[in-house]
Write a protein that binds this ligand. Structure first.
Ligand code: ATP
Length: 486
């Protein structure tokens, strides 16, 4: 629900996870900055994905391509002609909406009014019309349901038009020569950096089909946005992997990746009920088969990741536009002919996930407000039940008091742990307050150094989720944490 969503946004800001971009100038719409905690959490998600792709699969390698690419890339990929969204403007408020967002927001309202079946009917109809690019039909759907603008409250709409989502800028400091176009685009996806490097990587890495190339990096889209925090940004980060296969085997590999990617999500300990697949009716210009993995965000079930069977669309297009061969020679023997499979353009299965959207997913999963009141006193806490391997801080080391040599012992524990995992030292405030602050940051373990520590070299470990405390020897701290984050 929207209260929970707002609470997560506030929490992100209050505890240094995410700030609005250039906030002192009132922010920049749909652009965000990650703070001291957020950048750690984001890095841990990024590393977890990167490791699962490039370390746990011995046939997947990573690259880091530039954001700027030759402008012809985007003609070949279809983005210049096809990367559009149907838009509609309200004549009174002059506010612009993406048609699907406008209709989806209305469907949410209908569901809230108890008109669930009607809402689903409208969404099915939208998907059908959208698949045919039937703009007149979509406009009729908007007027038939009397969908109004959230600002003006009126239904005074323009016709529906296409709007390209790519940002462009100019290359070079000198004005373009007459007739020369020096427009370059900020990449709207990282995938094309992989396709144009396909042969470079295949040859220098001696890769044999089937193999994959993974990449993590920024992408830019001029989204027309409703307020959705980091769910929909104009500058965001993608984690994409293109898996190159022999034509004819794409069906089985599509199934493989569809399943494998869901397993990756579940490996973080998130419940399967929070996820569902959405198979696409309308296919993007490149796709043969496609599905989304959707997560039950506080704003409802929404896409977090896409798995697409792209055929040879991209490599063929680049072959056509660059006039360079994109063929792969497969010397495996085809049992049907007894000869090598020979030359072909591989088919591609893509897995594409937004890092920022995954961040929001993790936050939505982890954020919990707990009522801890007893008969004697009212009490509550906010805890981030982050998977320990993703937590920004793994261990907080807290001396009970600032004197009696306790800080010295705590600091020596810090010295022993900090090269193994992110550890944090804090001596301000009461121990209870310090625990609560660590709960709010998602720190799985706090250890407290007290007077008994001086006698028997033990400390109290306090567990974030259960709030249980136990005594362990100092010598066991490191392994306790390492075991939880491996
Ligand atoms: P949507 O339908 O939500 O606009 P999409 O289908 O256009 O997404 P893809 O082009 O398949 O998305 O991009 C792959 C992934 O990149 C998405 O699943 C999402 O996690 C992420 N992503 C796409 N656009 C954005 C954005 N504007 N902000 C944050 N993440 C995004």
């Amino acid at each position: 629900d929207s209260n929970r969503f707002q609470a997560i946004i506030s929490h992100c800001k209050e505890y240094g996870f995410i700030f609005p971009s250039s906030e002192i100038y009132d922010g920049l719409q749909a652009v965000y900055d990650y703070g001291q905690m957020g950048s750690e959490l984001k890095k841990n998600i990024r590393d977890y994905w990167w490791k699962s792709m490039t370390q746990l699969h011995d046939n997947i390698v990573g690259i880091d391509a530039a954001i700027f690419m030759h402008p012809t890339t985007w003609k070949a990929s279809g983005h210049v002609d096809n990367f559009n969204d149907p838009m509609i403007d309200n004549k009174d408020s002059k506010k612009r909406y993406r048609v699907d967002h406008l209709i989806e927001a209305h469907a949410d309202k209908m569901v809230a009014d108890g008109r669930k079946d009607e809402a689903q009917g409208m969404l099915d109809e939208m998907e059908r019309l959208d698949a045919k690019n039937d703009f007149a039909g979509l406009k009729k759907l908007i007027t038939d349901h009397n969908i109004t603008c959230s600002i003006s409250g009126t239904a005074n709409w323009t016709d529906i038009r296409q709007f390209n989502l790519m940002f462009s800028t100019e290359f070079g400091s000198v004005a373009a020569e007459e007739g020369e176009d020096n427009t370059v685009y900020l990449r709207p996806e990282t995938a094309q950096g992989i396709f144009v490097n396909f042969l470079n990587v295949q040859k220098t890495g001696r890769m044999k089909v089937p193999f994959g190339i993974a990449q993590i990096g920024k992408a830019f889209r001029n989204e027309i946005v409703a307020r959705q925090f980091v769910f929909r940004m104009r500058e965001f980060e993608q984690m994409e992997m293109q898996f190159f296969v022999r034509p004819g085997t794409e069906g089985e590999w599509y199934k493989y990746w569809k399943e494998a990617r869901l397993q990756w999500h579940l490996s973080l300990g998130i419940s399967p009920e929070s996820y569902r697949y959405h198979d696409h009716v309308k296919l993007a210009h490149y796709a043969k088969e496609a599905c989304d993995i959707e997560f039950n965000f506080p704003i409802g079930f929404k896409e977090v990741e896409g798995i697409h069977s792209r055929g040879d669309f991209d490599l063929s297009q680049h072959e056509k536009f660059s006039k360079k061969k994109m063929q792969y020679f497969d010397n495996d023997i085809d049992p049907a002919t007894g000869k090598p499979f020979g030359n072909y353009i591989p088919y591609v299965i893509e897995t594409s996930i937004g890092l920022d959207r995954m961040f929001l997913l993790i936050m939505s999963h982890a954020y919990e407000e707990q009522d801890l009141s007893t008969a004697e006193k009212a009490d509550s806490r906010v805890v981030l039940k982050l998977p320990a391997k993703l937590s920004p801080i793994k261990l907080a080391v807290l001396p009970l008091t600032k004197k009696d040599g306790l800080p010295e012992i705590a600091k020596s524990i810090m010295d022993e742990c900090k090269s193994h995992f992110k550890s944090f030292y804090e001596e301000k405030d009461s121990i209870g307050k310090r625990y609560r602050r660590m709960d709010a940051l998602g720190t799985p373990f706090c250890i407290t150094v007290d007077h008994q520590t001086k006698e028997d070299n033990t400390v109290t470990v306090r567990h974030r989720d259960s709030m249980e405390q136990e005594r362990i020897p100092i010598s066991e701290i490191r392994n306790l944490v390492l075991k939880a984050i491996e």
